[in-house]
Design a protein around this ligand. Structure first.
Ligand SMILES: Nc1ncnc2c1ncn2[C@@H]1O[C@H](COP(=O)(O)OP(=O)(O)OP(=O)(O)O)[C@@H](O)[C@H]1O
Ligand SMILES: Nc1ccn([C@H]2C[C@H](O)[C@@H](COP(=O)(O)O)O2)c(=O)n1
Length: 227
């Protein structure tokens, strides 16, 4: 990584549940940077579509309405927030209904174009604060291809399912199997869509987090930054 001391942009991509959010937040806190969860932005648009009664499988209908919601992302890594039309939707965007609908919404090019503008504006705004860690599916490939550091996090599907199920309070075999199926279904849509599919960006460092604790992964990323 370059040794200059200007604003830093760190791009973190990877499949569902690979540890992007927890790792990115911790890295941002350690380095005093802002933090942007772009998945939360796709979830927020999806939440709004469901509230508005838009059929999320009708791409034209989603495209026609996607400029309407006002989205505001709070980028403090200690307490990230997301508001839609003035409502705090931090909890509402994590429901099963939103998780089940977010992949089709995120395949719609007009949605991606709108969020791309908002994401680049957050990156520009963060330069005054020293920089930002941005995480999602297309950060190193589309949103910030010139990022100072690009990281591609993965973990075995089994490990991802166990981690996520534990987070949701269900560590039993059935809960883990259901979470695994949901993660894999989202991976398939995210990787197969025509616009900005999930892919390892050129120049990214690949880290398989399966054998590592969260703290070990954070240490590795901070070491890669070298600041
Ligand atoms: N290296 C790790 N070891 C163990 N658990 C981890 C590790 N990294 C993340 N986790 C845990 O795995 C779960 C999923 O992590 P996280 O939400 O950060 O993934 P994500 O990639 O952002 O997921 P999504 O794409 O669905 O937003 C969380 O409970 C988190 O605490
Ligand atoms: N840059 C991004 C970020 C997210 N998405 C989509 C694909 C995911 O399934 C969904 C939710 O993201 P998560 O909260 O699980 O990180 O949003 C995307 O297409 N591009």
């Amino acid at each position: 990584m370059s040794s200059t001391r200007g604003p830093l942009v760190i791009a973190v991509d990877g499949p569902s549940g690979s540890g992007k959010s927890s790792t990115s937040r911790a890295v941002a806190q350690r380095l005093g940077l802002r933090y942007l969860d772009t998945g939360a932005m796709y979830r927020a648009v999806t939440w709004w579509m469901l509230e508005a009664g838009v059929d999320v499988h009708d791409a034209d209908a989603v495209a026609a309405r996607c400029a309407e919601p006002e989205l505001v992302s709070g980028t403090d890594p200690g307490a990230p927030t997301i508001h839609v039309d003035g409502h705090d939707v931090g909890a509402a965007i994590r429901t099963g209904a939103v998780t089940g609908a977010v992949s089709p919404v995120s395949t719609v090019p007009a949605v991606r174009a709108r969020l791309l503008d908002l994401q680049r504006a957050e990156i520009a705004a963060a330069s005054a604060a020293g920089g930002i860690v941005v995480e999602g599916r297309d950060i190193g490939s589309v949103v910030a291809p010139d990022a100072d550091l690009k990281v591609y996090l993965t973990a075995d599907a089994g490990a991802r399912a166990v981690r996520r199920a534990a987070e949701e309070g269900g560590a039993g075999e059935e809960a883990v199997a259901a979470v695994r199926a949901s993660l894999l279904a989202r991976d398939e849509i995210d990787s197969g869509r025509a616009t900005a599919p999930l892919t390892m960006p050129d120049g990214a460092v690949h880290l398989d987090t399966t054998p590592y604790t969260l703290e070990e992964v954070v240490d590795r990323l901070v070491a890669l930054v070298g600041r």
